[in-house]
Design a protein around this ligand. Sequence first.
Ligand code: AMP
Ligand code: ZN
Length: 488
Amino acid sequence: MQLKIYNSLTGEKEIFKPILEGNIGMYVCGPTVYSNVHLGNVRTFLSFDFIYRSLTHLGYKVRYVRNITDAGHLTDDGDVNNDRFVKQTRLEKLEPMEIVQKYTVDFHKVLDMFNLLPPNIEPTATGHIVEQIELTQKLIETGFAYESNGSVYFDVLEYNARGLNYGELSKRNIEELFANTRDLDGQGEKKNPQDFALWKKASPAHIMRWNSPWGEGFPGWHLECTAMSTKYLGETFDIHGGGMDLKFPHHECEIAQGKACNGASPVNYWMHANMLTMNSQRMSKSTGNYILPMQLVSGENDFFEKSFHPAIVRFCFLQAHYRSVLDISNDAMLASEKGFSRLMEALKILNSITPNDEKQSGFNLKDWKTKAYDALTDDFNSPVLIAHLFEAVKFIFALKDEKETISTQDLEDLKSTINAFVFDVLGLQNIEENNNEKLDQTLQVLIELRNQARKSKNFDLSDQIRDKLLAEGIELKDGREGTTYSIS
Ligand code: AMP
Ligand code: ZN
């Protein structure tokens, strides 16, 4: 089986060859933890979670690194002041790390809710200041960067003068870039408007600041990803991912920094996930066109007519290819809910199918598996994979209606394959099973409380628990092995 990946750098689908046979180093740009992640952010992280799960399922040993951007942007008069939490802490002293912690916890909770697997390493920018200072020094020494008024900038013209090509990822021409840019940030400090900051001098209002050979300051955003990816994955690694909007300038600058520092392109396959839109407009905090994940899941919003379980949101996202724009809407969510229920019902039915080794089945399992894996290995084509899953769903319903048959061996194969695709690769969760599990846990708590009441001779309470549960159709039975229950 050959895995093909669309490489944003070459603009082509390429046959994937890892640097080290069977192993993959993958870096994905993480969140900026100064506010809550919106549903658009979730889509990008979910796309890479699906890619990570797919690579693992295909047998690769993946080291997945996703950073936390926690350094840099926070100023005393900055954009987070409207947050009530911040205002309160400011009465005493604003601790940037409290904000970082608050939104990092929120980020993890949200991703957990959508069943994203944690990366193998989750480094923070503030934990890698030393590495960033070292990289900056190296770039100054090799003539790719210069100091100006306590800040350090990458010299884009010098980079191009040495035969390198700033703009190779975003396909931008440096002359055009120069013509179209006016330097607002760091005006007068830069040799050229396209030069980008490796280190920024901290203004008096800037809260996060570190000592450096150039005075107090903080690292430029692009540098953190070069520092952390090099440290954990090496000077050249296999896959680098992020949202489409990070191609320029962020990833373009990462390539320039990597090439200038190490003389080699830092990444073999650049992967970019497309945007989530709402009302056909990109979801974004700055335009106000966004919804928080919890608002969709709780139903507390003006856009969707009901609440949706996170597993359904996940299913909806995966019905679009990661490189396609996805417009989230009430209708799209309702359709996903319907499809999801049918898929889960089919999986349940599959457990009660009796095989038949006498009759020939009309379903070619081997062909079906090949098609499904072809979709997965064709640049992680989740919508085509899901379409194949629904062919199997149709067959399962035909088995139920006894219009089709399946052999013992094929039944086992179909069960393990479809379960692996649905739960391991797509990362969906069975809502019903989860609810059953919760109910069981709750009933065990009530049984334990009833036992304690009986031990302390509080028979009024123990009888009440039994009778009230019975009224709800749950009968408790006391036996030698303890108390069990049955639900009518
Ligand atoms: P940020 O915290 O702003 O750096 O964003 C985190 C990630 O979310 C980045 O990879 C962005 O490209 C991505 N992102 C931002 N807006 C959207 C959107 N509307 N749809 C999909 N991904 C997005
Ligand atoms: Zn990054």
